[in-house]
Write a protein that binds this ligand. Sequence first.
Ligand SMILES: C[S@@+](CC[C@H](N)C(=O)[O-])C[C@H]1O[C@@H](n2cnc3c(N)ncnc32)[C@H](O)[C@@H]1O
Length: 182
Amino acid sequence: MIVTSLSILVLVFFIILSGVVVLPAFFGSPWHPLLPRTIREILDFAEIQPGDKIYDLGSGDGRILIQAAHHYDAVGVGLEIDPLKVWIARKLVRRAGVSDRVQIQRKNFNDFDFHDADIIYVYLTHQALDRLFPKILPYLKPSTRIISYRFCLRNMQPCKTNNKQNLFMYRLDKGLRVDGYS
Ligand SMILES: C[S@@+](CC[C@H](N)C(=O)[O-])C[C@H]1O[C@@H](n2cnc3c(N)ncnc32)[C@H](O)[C@@H]1O
């Protein structure tokens, strides 16, 4: 009896471990919860306008989108591969009272369409970014801004970085900007 319960416990532990650590590390990037002041820094840096649609690719606990909806009146979509983090994020979204503006989907961001994104926010490894961006760039709106925390997008020139050099903004514009008009 004790042996059976122990085996079930070990099995549950490994299922959680594979969801939280192995799966994300294999597909893109492990989790590293952000400090509240870092979340504020990221959101201030992103120059969010009310109503902007923000995608968080690998949205973790969803706090970036919750704060973006709360303080900037943004609309957020979080894509997260780990079911446990999806569950936590959905709970936090409900608790924060922003369910009308923030949606968390359990999805692999590599199979998603971002054509309506105003802002794409990422905190992912170089390997994950290298794999993802060449595929999605041609389908983004010219005005889309990409905000990357800690990892720059290789082969792209940021239009803005912060003093600590750990936040990068990229604007696509795709040659449509003429003398400051777009
Ligand atoms: C470093 S965390 C960033 C969490 C959140 N965006 C933030 O800034 O606090 C990276 C997240 O990406 C998720 N992830 C990794 N690969 C993914 C994939 N292919 N599709 C969806 N989520 C993924 C991980 O589970 C993890 O929660």
